[in-house]
Design a protein around this ligand. Structure first.
Ligand code: ADP
Ligand code: MG
Length: 269
C-alpha cells in the first residue's frame, strides 16, 4: 500500500474531526478533476476551501430561516406593490437589502388597517434580510409578551431579553392586539428599552400610536415607549383597502358582469 492510499483512507475521519463535511463529501470528485486537468496543488486546495465556505454560508442561512418563524410563502416577489401605491417598492427593496438601518438600530414601523399586507411585507423583508446574512425573529407581539411575562415570573426577564440580542431584527407583528394588562405591557416596555439604540425592531400595527393607550395603560410608559421607538425610525403607512376584501369584491364584480351578459343566469341570481 502506498503512502498516499494510507492517507486517503484516513481522510473521512480527519475531515470529520475538522468539521469539513463539504470537503469530505466532494474531495474525491475534485481530486479526480484536478489530477485529470493537472491543477496546481494550490488551486485544488483553494477550490475545496471555497466549497466548504459556500456550504457553511448556505447552512447558516437555512438555520436562520428555520429559527426565524417567518410566515410561509410570503415574499417580496409575490407582494403586489401596485395594491399599495403609497409604499415605494424601491424603498422596501433597499430596506430588504439592509442598507445601514440595521447597523444603526433604526426601527421600521408599518401602519395600516387589517388586511393591507403589513404582516406579509414584514415577513418578506425578514426573509430577504436572512438571505443577506442577518438573523431575524418574527413573532406575534402577544406571543412574545406572554413568553417574556413567563420569564419575568421565573425571575429570568433580563436573560430572556438578552437572548433576543442575537437577532439584528425583531419583528413584532400586531402590536395593537396586546391586551391592556400592566404586567404584560411593562415587559414590552422593558424590551423596547433594552433594544433602543442597540438593535432594530420592525413593528406592525393597525393605527399609528392613536390606540396605543390601550396597549400601554400608563400614560408615562406610553410616551416613553413611543419616544424610544420613533427616535430612530422609518415609518411606512399602508392606508389602502384590505387586499382580501378587494379580491372578494373583484370576484363578485366579475360574477355580476358575467351574469349581466347572460340574462338567463342574471334572472336566476
Ligand atoms: P395585515 O397584516 O395588514 O392584516 P396581511 O399581510 O395578513 O395583512 O395580508 C392579508 C392577506 O392578503 C395575506 O394572505 C397576504 O399575503 C395578502 N396580501 C395583502 N396585501 C398584499 C399585496 N399587496 N400583495 C400580495 N398579497 C397581499
Ligand atoms: Mg397582520
Amino acid at each position: 500500500m502506498s503512502a498516499i492510499e494510507v492517507n486517503t483512507t484516513r481522510l473521512p475521519l480527519l475531515m470529520h474531526e475538522l468539521r469539513l463535511p463539504a470537503i469530505a463529501r466532494l474531495w474525491p470528485e475534485f481530486a479526480e478533476r484536478a489530477d485529470k486537468e493537472g491543477w496546481p496543488a494550490a488551486r485544488f486546495l483553494a477550490a475545496l476551501a471555497e466549497l466548504e465556505i459556500a456550504e457553511r454560508g448556505r447552512r447558516r442561512i437555512e438555520r436562520n430561516l428555520a429559527e426565524a418563524r417567518l410566515l410561509p410563502g410570503k415574499t417580496l416577489d409575490n407582494f403586489d406593490f401596485s395594491a399599495v401605491p403609497m409604499l415605494s417598492k424601491a424603498r422596501v427593496m433597499a430596506l430588504a437589502a439592509a442598507d445601514t438601518w440595521l447597523s444603526n438600530a433604526t426601527n421600521l414601523l408599518l401602519f395600516g388597517p387589517p388586511g393591507t399586507g403589513k404582516s406579509h411585507c414584514a415577513s418578506a423583508i425578514g426573509r430577504a434580510l436572512i438571505e443577506n446574512g442577518f438573523r431575524v425573529l418574527f413573532t406575534r407581539t402577544t406571543e412574545i409578551v406572554q413568553k417574556l411575562q413567563a420569564a419575568r415570573q421565573a425571575l429570568q426577564l433580563d436573560t430572556a431579553i438578552a437572548k433576543l440580542d442575537k437577532y439584528q431584527l425583531l419583528i413584532l407583528d400586531d402590536l395593537s392586539y396586546v391586551h391592556k394588562d400592566h404586567a404584560e405591557t411593562s415587559v414590552l416596555f422593558e424590551l423596547i428599552g433594552a433594544r433602543y439604540e442597540r438593535h432594530s425592531m420592525l413593528i406592525t400595527a393597525n393605527q399609528p400610536f392613536a390606540d396605543w393607550n390601550k396597549v400601554f395603560p400608563d400614560h408615562a410608559m406610553l410616551i416613553a415607549a413611543v419616544d424610544r421607538l420613533v427616535h430612530h425610525s422609518i415609518i411606512l403607512e399602508m392606508n389602502v383597502e384590505s387586499y382580501r376584501r378587494r379580491g372578494a369584491l373583484e370576484r363578485k364584480n366579475r360574477q355580476l358582469s358575467a351574469s349581466s351578459k347572460n340574462p338567463k343566469e342574471a334572472a336566476a341570481v
